[in-house]
Design a protein around this ligand. Structure first.
Ligand SMILES: Nc1ncnc2c1ncn2[C@@H]1O[C@H](COP(=O)(O)OP(=O)(O)OP(=O)(O)O)[C@@H](O)[C@H]1O
Ligand SMILES: [Mg+2]
Length: 218
């Protein structure tokens, strides 16, 4: 699998160019991390790469297919089947319990796999709680489990370790690194520089400009 983005720009209604000519390619097995200050456009970039938002100019290709040529239905199908997105705001469904949130829209047949993912992320014993009975960091890990439940080809993760302690952040990142080594791929936004050595490549986003950087081994 391969995702290519070429010359991506995004201008919001207020005429602010939030992403400026960003290019990136992601292949199977890669764990790409992007760091950058708040407001630099990290979430926007993930939305463009994953087809959630359309770029103002530039193109994203999935296995040589331009996303701009897909219908809304085809794009939704691609996002459902092949991609996955862990939102910065988690977006759990309040009236579903933990395992139901993880299996959401994919069927109860995945409950055993959900249990495995949740246990691996330190959430054994939380299966039947609702989001409002969980800490923020626990909710975040439910969102991570939900992101992996269908073994996506490509996972987009928007600050998936933002509200957990350093040891849990390492646990989550190691889990994502393992998923990439076993054939997946991940583009993750983070503020946590201690995680960067786990990445296969790292990028910095500053004022909408994406630059490859070499943090590994620093
Ligand atoms: N829908 C929108 N309409 C107009 N401006 C927006 C919209 N979404 C984001 N922005 C602006 O785009 C810029 C980048 O926002 P974005 O959420 O991508 O940043 P970020 O790097 O993810 O920030 P954070 O680290 O705080 O999550 C900000 O200045 C923000 O105000
Ligand atoms: Mg963000």
């Amino acid at each position: 699998m391969e995702l290519w983005a070429r010359g991506l720009s995004k201008v919001y209604q207020n005429n602010l160019e939030v992403i400026k000519q960003a290019s990136l390619n992601v292949r199977g097995g890669e764990f790409i991390m992007i760091i950058g200050p708040s407001g630099s456009g990290k979430s926007t970039l993930l939305y463009l790469l994953s087809g959630i938002r359309r770029p103002t100019s530039g193109e994203v290709f999935w296995n040589d297919i331009p996303l701009s040529e897909l219908s809304q239905k085809e794009l939704a199908h691609l996002r459902y089947e092949k991609f996955s997105f862990i939102f910065q705001q988690h977006l759990l469904v309040p009236y579903l319990n933990v395992w139901e949130n993880v299996c959401l829209a994919r069927g109860v047949g995945l409950k055993k796999h959900a249990e495995y993912l949740l246990a691996s992320l330190g959430l054994k014993g939380h299966l039947y709680k609702r989001p409002n009975e969980l800490s923020y960091g626990e909710r975040q890990r439910v969102a991570v489990a939900r992101g992996l439940i269908h073994n996506p080809k490509l996972l987009f993760a928007d600050e998936p370790t933002a509200s957990v302690n350093p040891e849990l952040a390492q646990t989550i990142a190691r889990f994502l690194a393992q998923y990439c080594r076993s054939g997946g791929a991940c583009v993750m936004v983070t503020h946590d520089v201690s995680l960067l050595p786990m990445a296969t490549r790292t990028f910095t986003l500053k004022d909408g400009v994406l630059t490859e950087s070499d943090f590994i081994g620093d």
